[in-house]
Ligand binder design. Structure first.
Ligand SMILES: [Zn+2]
Ligand SMILES: [Zn+2]
Length: 141
């Protein structure tokens, strides 16, 4: 990221956001829910403190994909934009490809590789975890 303020938004432009800081982390998630929610073989996500994300017009509509998880999307075009856990309201996660310059943020690790699609070959050196990152006892190469 070359500037302090970065922007992004959905496919149709109804939802736009501005970032006030760099993400403190970013990941690839191969879980089935991210695959379904994003319509892609792997979700790529970046993590912020909630107050570091400014919604510029509308806010995403949210779907409760489980008791504690809320997935935000544009009600006009369906773009998957955000992810949050209701137990951690201080954090908000955004989809990296929704950035206007998505090459500015690279994921640091893979989670839920147990459901990585077999035809998706990835050669990056990032750590891989079969479940969530709390499975530190059993990281995969
Ligand atoms: Zn939209
Ligand atoms: Zn996931």
């Amino acid at each position: 990221m070359t500037t302090d303020a970065m922007e992004g938004g959905c496919l149709c432009g109804a939802i736009r956001y501005r970032l006030l800081a760099r993400p403190f982390d970013a990941d690839y998630c191969h879980c089935r829910q991210c695959q379904k929610a994003t319509g892609a073989p792997v979700g790529t996500w970046m993590d912020f403190k909630t107050e570091q994300v400014q919604w510029l017009n509308e806010t995403p509509k949210e779907f409760a994909s489980s008791d504690a998880i809320r997935r935000g999307f544009c009600p006009q075009c369906g773009t998957s934009l955000s992810y949050r856990h209701t137990d951690y309201p201080q954090y908000l996660t955004l989809s990296i490809p929704t950035l206007d310059a998505p090459q500015a943020v690279a994921p640091n690790y893979h989670i839920h590789t147990a459901s990585q699609l077999p035809w998706l070959e990835l050669s990056d050196p990032c750590p891989r975890y079969p479940g969530d990152r709390s499975d530190r006892s059993d990281p995969q190469e």
